[in-house]
Design a protein around this ligand. Sequence first.
Ligand code: HEM
Length: 486
Amino acid sequence: MFGFSLSSTTLATNLPICIYIRTPRHNIYKPYPSHINMETATATQLPPGPKGNLVFRPPVDLRNKTHLFIQWMADNYGDISRAKAGPFSFVFLSKPEAIEHMFLTRDVYVKMNEGSQLKYLLGNGLLTSEGEFWLKQRRLMQPLFHKQRLHGFVQKIADATNTMMHDWEERNMSVPDFYREMNQLTLDIVGRTLLSTDLKGDFAKVNRAMTAVLESVNKKRGRIFRIPAWVPLPSQIRLARSRKVLEETIAEIITNRRNDTRHFDDLLSMLLEVEDADTAERMSDKQLRDEVLTIFIAGHETTANALAFTFYLLAKHPDVKKRMQQEVAQVLNGAELTYELLNKLEYTTMVIKESMRLYPPAWVTVREAAKDDVIDGFQIKQLDKVVVSPYAMQRSKKYWHQPDTFDPERFNAENIKSIPKFAYFPFGGGARLCIGNNFAMMEMQIVMALMCNKFDFTLPVDFEVETQPFITLRPKDGVPLRFVRR
Ligand code: HEM
């Protein structure tokens, strides 16, 4: 369950990640602001928590309700708590300052990728690499995700959305599971913006292999004792085969692109061109492949989940849906969607932020303590797995009034100022803040504006979504929306 480290945190869209990246190397990590109790560097007290090993007496279904378990720990043991599961000790942080400390103290809290499925799949891509190597890659790739660069993708995202809506109309508006559709759509979008290819030809192969790999990674999630990847079990052979298809197909796309003299306006051509400012070095083919795979994996399912939950909430709250539809109609006013118009979709953006508060796709982040530390007077031991969960924090009664109520007004220009920094962090925090946060926000705005403008949608009366904490937080049984043309 904790064997991965996709995560979550803060009004990410507003965090100045580029400042970290552009400052001279020695300034990249801000010194930790000492507003939590760090002076007891010799603390010997471990954080409180349940006795014994959770594997033998789990207080909740740890495999399927991990997100609820983290809330349970905070409710029962306070802001900093500790529990043992199998051979590992986990420390849970449920206090904004402590979470900030974890994100900013990068020499202590590192990604725990050794033996992880994601690392096996993604190699040394941005999501799974660490240290100097990660920093070098992040500096290379950060400019590709600047807002100015994203303008060029508006049309590609709109094209993918319009194609999907056209397909629905061709099928007499039969959309059995909106969540599945959103997965297809976000995969199509990442294909078009990253590789200038749509869901046909080679990309259909990538799509199938990617789905197989993700399912397999998800199945292995939560196993305390992992079987090494080289053990030839049928499931591992299938995983290795799918991974090979993915790697080979992407390697082929990269080789073809290197030999192609045409101009492509996509992330791959930008990745091929970026060079290190000091050494003028470019990425190797292997590195390119790892980064392309990483963007595929990190960039599509998270956004699909956020869209599925947002449409679910809109269908449940017709007043909010109506107001959003009015805003979109007014902003578009019959015109084509442009990047400039997106900035005017203020209410739509509030809806997205509130939806990611209740259903953060990256619902947990885990780091490993590389050395002993002290947080708020409690001892954190080397090799402890330190867990922070946007799901738990963003539904905490301590920081939110009526936390389970859907209310986009929490994010209006006035109210947003009073949200504590690390009580809301759907895109993570610190220097490893999601590099695709602006991309994701833009993508969701476009899909929502185009779909809500053209269609209306409802849910079966009694439908309540159930959440499933896989690598990302998913709607367990999909989202059975019914669409009609407006
Ligand atoms: C709603 C959509 C998304 C959510 C909620 C989300 C969330 C996150 C979070 C929480 C992290 C930090 C992980 C950690 O600290 O361990 C992260 C990292 C990352 N995300 Fe996203 N993400 C989203 C969309 C995207 C998109 C669209 C892309 C690419 C186009 C992307 C690419 C990445 C990459 C490459 C990283 C690793 C960054 C690094 O470690 O330097 N994400 N994401």
